[in-house]
Design a protein around this ligand. Structure first.
Ligand SMILES: NC(=O)c1ccc[n+]([C@@H]2O[C@H](COP(=O)([O-])OP(=O)(O)OC[C@H]3O[C@@H](n4cnc5c(N)ncnc54)[C@H](OP(=O)(O)O)[C@@H]3O)[C@@H](O)[C@H]2O)c1
Length: 239
């Protein structure tokens, strides 16, 4: 591995993967809106500020990133957020913004990156899906729409790019303890069995990279051992 582009590097899962890669000597180019949350004292880390929901700007952005960092051979497509409520409570702009970030931005970035990796003859793409991309549940209409979309996208792209040496792996976690829940009305309850730790995902991603290039791990489904939730504002939640 030479260099990794990680979207959502400033927090949670992307941050843990960035830390793991840096620790193992892999150069990281991090994409997020606000890098003040994660500032590793590392010459190997390059933060790039970008709002990935502004999808019209993405082709130019990724073109310049690849031009300046032609050695990128790993892409972790992780930027995303959750919003859970009944469908009728989303406005049209909210729906557009949500799908733009959680689905469209991943596709546009992968489009340029997969072409780049195919021309190099190798590369690894990890896409952050979710258990909500495997089963749809109430209040998760948009989240599941984006994550089911990513799952189909990853399956098709894997078949398309595999023969050219590019591996596409979809990661489908259940609840992961991270700032993902900061703006939500619930979070995993305190017991450590109620959530996956971000470091677990970072370890899995790093270990995957050490496998023989000819083998692809299509999808990784992870669950916490128990699934108790803590509601932050009981009575005020949308029902
Ligand atoms: N936590 C869970 O339980 C869980 C479970 C399954 C799947 N996932 C998925 O895992 C991924 C990462 O989640 P996480 O738990 O690590 O959440 P997190 O701690 O909230 O991190 C989200 C990351 O995405 C970035 N991001 C959000 N909006 C962005 C935008 N408009 N433009 C650029 N970057 C943006 C954030 O950076 P800035 O805010 O600085 O822009 C941050 O780095 C998401 O795709 C999520 O759906 C999470």
């Amino acid at each position: 591995m030479k260099a990794a582009l990680i979207s959502g590097s400033s927090s949670g899962i992307g941050r843990a993967i960035s830390e793991k890669f840096l620790e193992r000597g892999i150069r990281v180019i991090g994409l997020a809106r606000n890098h003040s949350k994660f500032k590793p004292d590392e010459k190997n880390y390059t933060p790039i500020e970008a709002d990935l929901s502004k999808v019209k700007r993405l082709p130019e952005l990724i073109k310049s990133i690849l031009k300046e960092n032609p050695d990128i051979d790993v892409f972790v497509s992780g930027a995303g957020y959750g919003d859970f409520k009944s469908l009728e409570n989303f406005s049209s702009p909210q729906i557009e913004n949500f799908i733009n970030l959680n689905l469209v931005s991943h596709i546009i970035l992968c489009r340029a990156i997969v072409a780049h990796m195919k021309s190099q003859g190798n590369g690894d793409i990890f896409i952050l899906g979710s258990e909500a991309g495997v089963i749809g549940k109430k209040k998760a209409t948009l989240y599941s729409a984006a994550k089911f979309g990513l799952r189909g996208f990853a399956q098709a792209l894997r078949n398309e790019a595999g023969p050219a040496g590019v591996r596409v792996c979809l990661i489908n976690p259940g609840m992961v303890r991270s700032p993902f829940f900061d703006k939500l009305g619930f979070e995993p309850d305190g017991l450590e069995t109620n959530a996956i730790e971000t470091e677990d995902i970072a370890k899995i991603v790093f270990d995957f990279l050490g496998t023989r290039q000819g083998t692809i791990i299509d999808e990784i489904n992870l669950s916490p051992a128990s699934k108790s939730l803590k509601f932050k504002k009981v009575g005020k939640l949308d029902v």
